[in-house]
Design a protein around this ligand. Structure first.
Ligand code: M6R
Length: 586
């Protein structure tokens, strides 16, 4: 994870770097640092905390330069300390590096470098990079060749930037299994983990491929592969607008993105019919379909499996991307992997599809970020079209994933739905927002919270629990309602909140029986349903919709509950502790 940005400009880069980092804080926000070449030396400032902390640092006032690099961290190797924040420097401070990813063989390299006299100041894997380059320079190589020689000794997945004190007109960027993009801004060029960091300055970008090194100057660039051979790339024009990253009238991105669902769901439904048909042909043309995702995208995958079976009798298996390895023996040319991901950069997902491709499987994906690695590595992709999602919690991307999945299921089964009715229903869901804010107050001191549902509502129970734990830090679990009596009931005692997803579908009566069992053991039940019942201590009314659409109208109140619970408990819902939006490490 972590966000990295570098800029070479004809004017001071400090503000540009800090602003770029702010737009990448979703990638990590436990510590932050910047390195600027002032013409003579590389000045490095780093702190624990977010970009706003760094911006207050008095040393910044005397920092200026036309070339620099910066980093926002999500710790993997080494605790959250100023020493472990990036940039990291070589012994003689002539080489600065910011890095996203993991160097797997760092311990071995560190031992070798220490034997050669290198002194390490941090406990990170990253710090071996500047020392390794420093060592390669001693052999008489120039900077580019020393970098290439060092890169060929690294194992792992990484994107990193290098600034040399003795070359104050260029930056180097290296990519292997972590995103890295060059932004071409006329009188300034960028190289960063995400286009969001420079979108304000330019829409012209080059997406580096794995095993590439870029040299970026103020108004030119060159790209080589790891063998030093020059590589040519086409320049892409970015589709997203910088304005879509503004919070507008909302206090948090998360709340803004929850509200955007009134429109985003229907933008996602609006897929080109020919593209959906092509997707369906691929799905139907193979022996085995595995649907892969992580976190919220995994919950969308569970719903896809239900719908494909229910509506089109198309069997599919859902696999957590991080658990895919065990299924590799079953993957062959007659296998299709359907990868679902908001970011398209989740390392577990990319690793699964890469292994699958090597065994001959074809890859379809459902992705939000058009320029992501997953989109580029898939045979075919359908897009969520919900615009950038900044809040760490997936909200609008989840319902957009559902909309794309419904579109596929409708085509597979030659059916259609009344989307106007659904649109009215989605608008009506927002009537319960105040009630959810109130319930967040009622359960302010709750230590645990459970979510139950059957059938299509079960993945929503999982999703409701994930949202609550990641935003409010309340211990929460989702269960298949029928499983309660097989163990989970033992957890229920007086006053424990349980959210029952109980719409008026074929699961209604069975789930109601489970609610009665919970009540008999003292649970406080929040019934999310379109049918009131005296068994519920609190009734959150959702609109009646076609039964397959209940997941959409159920999940929005659960997102609100998680958001307001975070606020009640004094947490910032946009930046939950220990997490990052884009999980680019395995
Ligand atoms: O970008 P992806 O959809 O691949 O991300 C997968 C998960 O990391 C993500 O859904 C995560 O669980 C969210 N924070 C959940 O809100």
């Amino acid at each position: 994870m972590c966000g990295i940005i570098g800029c070479v400009s004809d004017s001071d880069v400090l503000e540009i770097l800090l602003d770029g980092l702010t737009n990448m804080e979703y990638r990590g926000y436990d510590s932050v640092g910047v390195g600027v070449h002032d013409g003579k030396t590389i000045k490095v400032i780093k702190v624990v905390g977010r970009v706003a902390e760094l911006a207050k640092n008095p040393d910044l006032k005397s920092t200026c330069g036309k070339i620099g690099l910066a980093h926002t961290r999500w710790a993997t190797h080494g605790g959250v300390t100023p020493e472990n924040a990036h940039p990291h420097l070589s012994c003689d401070r002539s080489i600065a590096v910011v890095h996203n990813g993991i160097i797997e063989n760092y311990q071995l390299l560190k031992n070798e470098l220490e034997l050669k006299g290198h002194i390490f100041r941090s406990t990170t894997d990253t710090e071996i990079i500047p020392h390794l380059i420093e060592e390669e320079l001693k052999t008489g190589r120039n900077q580019r060749d020393a970098l290439l020689a060092a890169v060929n000794k690294l194992k792992g997945s990484y994107a990193f930037l290098v600034l040399f004190r003795d070359l104050n007109d260029r930056l180097y960027g290296v990519r292997k299994d972590a995103p890295l993009i060059i932004g071409l801004g006329g009188n300034k060029n960028f190289v960063a983990s995400d286009v969001l960091s420079f979108l304000k300055h330019t829409k012209e970008a080059i997406f580096l491929d794995n095993f590439e090194v870029a040299e970026v100057r103020r108004n030119s660039y060159t790209i080589w592969n790891f063998n030093g051979e020059e590589v040519l790339h086409t320049i892409s024009t970015l589709a997203w607008e910088a304005t879509s990253f503004q919070k507008k009238e909302f206090t948090h991105y998360t709340l803004k993105e929850i509200h955007e669902q009134r429109e985003s769901i229907f933008k996602a439904f609006n897929q080109d019919i020919n593209e959906v048909d092509r997707f369906c042909l691929s799905l139907q043309g193979v022996n085995r379909v595995y649907i892969i995702g992580a976190g919220t995208s995994y919950h969308a995958a569970l719903i896809a499996k239900h719908l494909f079976i229910k509506m089109a009798k198309l069997p599919a298996e859902v696999i957590l991307a991080s658990e895919f390895e065990d299924y590799i023996p079953l993957v062959d040319e007659d296998t299709l992997l359907l990868a679902i991901s908001q970011s398209g950069e989740t390392a577990d997902v990319l690793s699964a599809i890469n292994v699958g491709k090597r065994k001959g499987a074809s890859v379809l994906s459902i992705v939000n970020t058009p320029t992501s690695s997953l989109a580029r590595e898939s045979d075919y992709t359908l897009y969520l079209k919900c615009g950038p999602e900044v809040g760490v919690a997936a909200t609008k991307s989840f319902t957009a994933q559902l909309a794309v999945i419904y579109s596929i299921a409708f085509r597979l089964s030659n059916t259609a739905a009344d989307l106007q009715r659904l649109s009215k229903a989605v608008n009506r869901v927002f009537d319960v927002e105040r009630q959810l804010a109130y319930l967040a107050q009622v359960f302010l001191t709750a230590k645990d919270c459970y979510f139950i549902g059957r059938g299509l509502n079960y993945p929503i129970a999982l999703e409701g629990a994930l949202k609550l734990k990641e935003l409010s830090y309340i211990h929460a679990e989702g269960f298949a309602a029928g499983e309660l009596k097989h163990g989970t009931l033992a957890l229920i005692s007086e006053g424990v909140p349980v959210v029952a997803l109980n719409p008026n579908d074929k699961t209604y009566h069975d789930t109601l029986s489970n609610v009665a069992e919970l009540k008999a053991r003292g649970a406080k039940v929040i019934g999310v349903s379109d049918v009131a019942n005296p068994l519920y201590d609190y009734y959150v009314e959702i609109p009646s919709v076609e039964s397959i659409f209940y997941p959409i109208v159920e999940v929005i109140p659960l997102q609100m509950f998680a958001y307001y619970s975070a606020l009640e408990r004094g947490q910032n819902p946009d930046y939950p502790r220990n997490l990052a939006k884009s999980v680019t490490v395995k």
